[in-house]
Design a binder for this molecule. Structure first.
Ligand SMILES: [Fe+2]
Ligand SMILES: [Fe+2]
Length: 273
């Protein structure tokens, strides 16, 4: 089993929300995602999609977008809520509306056998691009929700690797630690995917790579040029590749490794989703 990640799908099959207003690179983004997703993800693989899934306002309106995700390759897709997922109401209702291969995480964790995945939406954090003083209360609440999720994840994992899928970045705009990243470290999370950041300016603020034992990936779809990336098993780190032999370096350059970051097309001057 491989685990893939792509977030911020921003689908809108039931409402009129043209995404190219956020930059020409968003034109036909659902088709680009479907083509790369179905060509790369295997039938036994799992895909992490942490948030901003659908522009729908109500749960029934999200049905077509959820069906699109369900139709993609992979045995399971693990979803968390994003700040734009207004359709995501009470978790029981969301779960009962989901097609069979979709799993909704909300401050809890799912056991995938080889690994356990915890997941939570989070919120902006002090020092982030979109932070203002009114966010403090929600930030503190979301820290506790992340803790709940990690407590359950660690309990389920029983020593197996614990991964995390969150919507908001766990660092501020200067890539400094927050209570979110400290929790991820405290619980020994091996790999964390996050989204929410769109456009070159925001992507430049993102931390990706290894820090205090956690591998981080920004998986907002525009950062990935609308193609999911493999996030587990972990690819060798840049440091590991640098210290390896020539033949090991060559094999690390094949698909699946080494760890690389996405590149970010356009979108600097336009207000982003
Ligand atoms: Fe978002
Ligand atoms: Fe988004």
């Amino acid at each position: 089993m491989r685990i893939w990640g792509i977030s911020d799908l921003h689908l809108s099959f039931s409402c009129d929300k043209p995404m190219h207003v956020f930059g020409e690179h968003w034109q036909g983004h659902d088709q680009k995602m479907a083509a790369s997703w179905d060509a790369s993800v295997g039938a036994d693989d799992v895909v992490l999609c942490p948030g901003d899934l659908s522009w729908a306002l109500k749960l029934p309106e999200a049905a077509l977008d959820l069906a699109w995700i369900a139709a993609r390759k992979g045995r399971l897709k693990i979803l968390t809520r994003g700040n734009h997922d207004y359709w995501w109401s009470a978790i029981g209702k969301v779960r009962s509306a989901l097609p069979e291969t979709l799993v909704a995480l909300q401050n809890d964790a799912v056991d995938l056998g080889e690994v356990v995945v915890a997941g939570s939406r989070l919120w902006t954090c002090p020092g982030a691009l979109d932070w203002d003083a009114h966010d403090e209360k929600i930030y503190l609440r979301e820290v506790e929700r992340l803790r709940l999720s990690l407590v359950e994840g660690k309990q389920k994992a029983q020593g197996r690797p614990l991964l995390a899928a969150i919507h908001y970045p766990p660092f501020d705009k200067q890539q400094r630690s927050t209570a979110y990243s400290e929790l991820l470290e405290e619980f020994g999370v091996k790999m964390c995917v996050y989204g929410h950041l769109h456009g070159r300016r925001a992507h430049r603020t993102a931390f990706e790579g290894d820090r205090n034992g956690v591998r981080y990936h920004l998986i907002a779809c525009d950062h990935l040029q609308f193609a999911p990336i493999t996030v587990w098993p972990l690819a060798p780190s840049v440091q590991e590749v640098a210290s390896s032999s020539e033949s090991e370096k060559l094999s690390a350059l094949r698909p699946g490794g080494p760890f690389t970051t996405g590149s970010s097309p356009g979108g600097d001057e336009i207000v982003q989703p």
